[in-house]
Ligand binder design. Structure first.
Ligand SMILES: [Zn+2]
Length: 429
C-alpha cells in the first residue's frame, strides 16, 4: 500500500505546494487501517492542531532531525544533577520543527510527500490515543500536561547496546518526556508511526508515567528498586504491568476505530517469517497463557536488567487475563477505566499503584503480583466484573487465592472467587 501512496503523492507533488493555515478541525487525509488489513488514505479531522505545517497542537508537537544519544560513559550525563540537565545532555543535536507539505483539494489537505503522510498519520494516531484516554478512561483534560514533544525520525543511539542509530521502533522516552518515532528499515509495510495500536501502546506508557509514576522522568520506585542490587522483584512487576496494560489499552482503543476491535494490532506492522511471531506472542485473545515456575522465579529473583524482555511475557499474561474478564462480562470499557483509576489514588481504602509503591519503597519484595493486581481489583466496583478479574488473575498469573480473598484482604476479591482451571498449579517456591 505504501508503495502506491508514494507513487500517488509523487504525481500530486507536481502541483504547487502550499502553506495553509486552516481553522480546526482540519480536514486532512491520513493513512487509516481499512477492514481488509490495508492502510489506505482516508479523510479524517485533526481537532487539536494549531500549526498544520509544523504539526504542533495541544496533544503533540512534532520535531525532526534530532540526535539523541545515551552513553553511560558520557560525562555530560554523569554530571547532570537535575532531570532537565540530563534531558539536555541526551540531546546532541537539536533538529528543527518539521515542515509538512500539502495539496489543498476542495478544502481537504492531501499530504504531498511521504514524510508528510507519515507525520500527519502519527499526529492523527496520537490524537486518537489522547481521545481514548480522555473519553473512555475519563482522564481530565488538565491531567495530560503539556503537548508531548514527538521526535520524528531522530538519530537515537543507545551506545551501550549498539554504536549505530536504532531503527524500526517507537517509544515513550520518560527521561525526555517525549515520544520517539524512529526511522524504519525492515518494517516497510506499515511503519510504526502509522500503526494506531503501536502509537496508543506508547501513549499508554506516557499515561502510566503521569499517573503510576507521578509524572516523574525518573520514577522513584523504579529507580530505587532497580538500583538496589540483588533481585528487583518490585521493579520487574512495575515494568510488566506497564507493558501489559499498554497492550490492553492499545487494544481497547482499536475498538473505537472503523476497522473494529483488534487483539492482533501488531500484525499489520510485524509480519513475515522474522517478525510475524511477535503478533502471535502478544495476541490478547489467546486464552491459555500461563505463568510457569521459571517465569515466576525470574520475576522474583532477577535484577531488572536480567529480567529485560520477560516483562512482555508477564505483561501479556496479565493483559490477556484482563481481556478475558472484560469480554466475558461485556464490560470492556468499564474495566479499562478502572485500570487507569488504579494507577493513582490517595484514598486509604483503595490505594493506587503509585501509593502502593510508596508504601513498600523500602522493601520491594512486599510489592507482589497480588499487591499490584490488588490495586486494579479494588478499583473494579461491579461485583460480577470483579469476580471475573479475580478468577482470571488467580488462574493465569497463579496469584495464590489466600492473598486476594479473606479477612486480611477485605477490599480485594469476594469469597466467591475461586480461581480457574486453565493453568497448571505452580510448584513450591
Ligand atoms: Zn511498551
Amino acid at each position: 500500500m505504501l508503495r502506491t501512496v508514494i507513487a500517488t503523492t509523487a504525481v500530486l507533488g507536481l502541483a504547487a505546494g502550499c502553506a495553509p493555515d486552516p481553522q480546526t478541525p482540519v480536514k486532512i487525509r491520513a493513512l487509516v487501517l481499512s477492514g481488509n488489513g490495508q492502510y489506505v488514505p482516508e479523510e479524517v479531522e485533526l481537532k487539536t492542531v494549531d500549526d498544520i505545517v509544523g504539526l504542533s497542537g495541544t496533544v503533540a508537537d512534532l520535531h525532526g532531525g534530532a540526535r539523541i544519544v545515551y552513553d553511560s560513559r558520557d560525562q555530560e550525563l554523569t554530571n547532570a544533577t537535575t532531570a532537565e540537565a540530563f534531558a539536555a545532555a541526551l540531546l546532541k543535536g537539536e533538529g528543527r520543527d518539521v515542515a509538512a507539505n500539502y495539496i489543498n483539494q476542495d478544502d481537504v489537505l492531501w499530504p504531498a510527500d511521504f514524510h508528510t503522510w507519515n507525520m500527519v498519520t502519527a499526529y492523527y494516531n496520537l490524537e486518537r490515543a489522547f481521545d481514548y484516554f480522555r473519553e473512555v478512561t475519563n482522564i481530565p483534560l488538565t491531567d495530560f500536561k503539556k503537548p508531548v514533544k514527538t521526535y520524528y525520525f531522530p538519530e537515537f543511539v543507545l551506545a551501550d547496546i549498539q554504536p549505530g542509530p536504532l531503527k524500526d521502533n517507537a517509544l515513550y522516552f520518560s527521561a525526555m518526556e517525549s515520544f520517539l518515532v524512529l526511522p524504519f528499515d525492515q518494517l516497510q509495510r506499515a511503519p510504526l508511526s502509522i500503526n494506531a495500536g503501536v502509537i496508543t501502546h506508547e501513549y499508554s506508557h506516557r499515561i502510566f508515567n503521569l499517573k503510576a509514576y507521578g509524572g516523574s522522568p525518573f520514577p522513584e520506585a523504579l529507580i530505587s528498586w532497580s538500583t538496589a542490587g540483588g533481585p528487583n522483584p518490585g521493579a520487574n512487576i512495575l515494568k510488566s504491568f506497564d507493558e501489559g496494560l499498554a497492550d490492553l489499552h492499545a487494544y481497547g482503543a482499536t475498538c473505537r476505530s472503523k476497522s473494529g476491535c483488534d487483539t492482533r494490532f501488531l500484525s499489520s506492522s510485524f509480519h513475515g517469517p522474522d517478525q510475524g511471531p511477535l503478533a502471535d506472542e502478544r495476541d490478547l485473545a489467546k486464552t491459555d497463557r500461563c505463568i510457569d515456575d521459571a517465569l515466576r522465579d525470574s520475576l522474583r529473583d532477577n535484577s531488572l536488567s536480567q529480567f529485560s524482555g520477560k516483562e512482555y511475557r508477564v505483561g501479556t499474561i496479565l493483559a490477556s487475563a484482563l481481556y478475558q474478564a472484560g469480554e466475558a462480562t461485556g464490560q470492556r470499557d468499564i474495566l479499562l477505566r478502572s485500570i487507569v483509576a488504579a494507577y493513582n489514588d490517595e484514598t486509604t481504602a483503595t490505594p493506587g499503584i503509585l501509593q502502593l509503591t510508596r508504601r513498600y519503597i523500602g522493601d520491594q519484595s512486599k510489592f507482589t503480583l497480588a499487591v499490584a493486581a490488588g490495586a486494579i481489583i479494588t478499583h473494579v466496583t461491579d461485583l460480577r466484573l470483579k469476580e471475573a478479574v479475580c478468577n482470571e488473575l488467580m488462574d493465569h498469573l497463579q496469584i495464590p487465592r489466600d492473598q486476594l480473598v479473606g479477612t486480611n484482604n477485605p477490599n480485594l476479591c469476594p469469597p466467591s472467587a475461586a480461581g480457574g482451571t486453565t493453568c497448571p498449579r505452580l510448584g513450591a517456591d
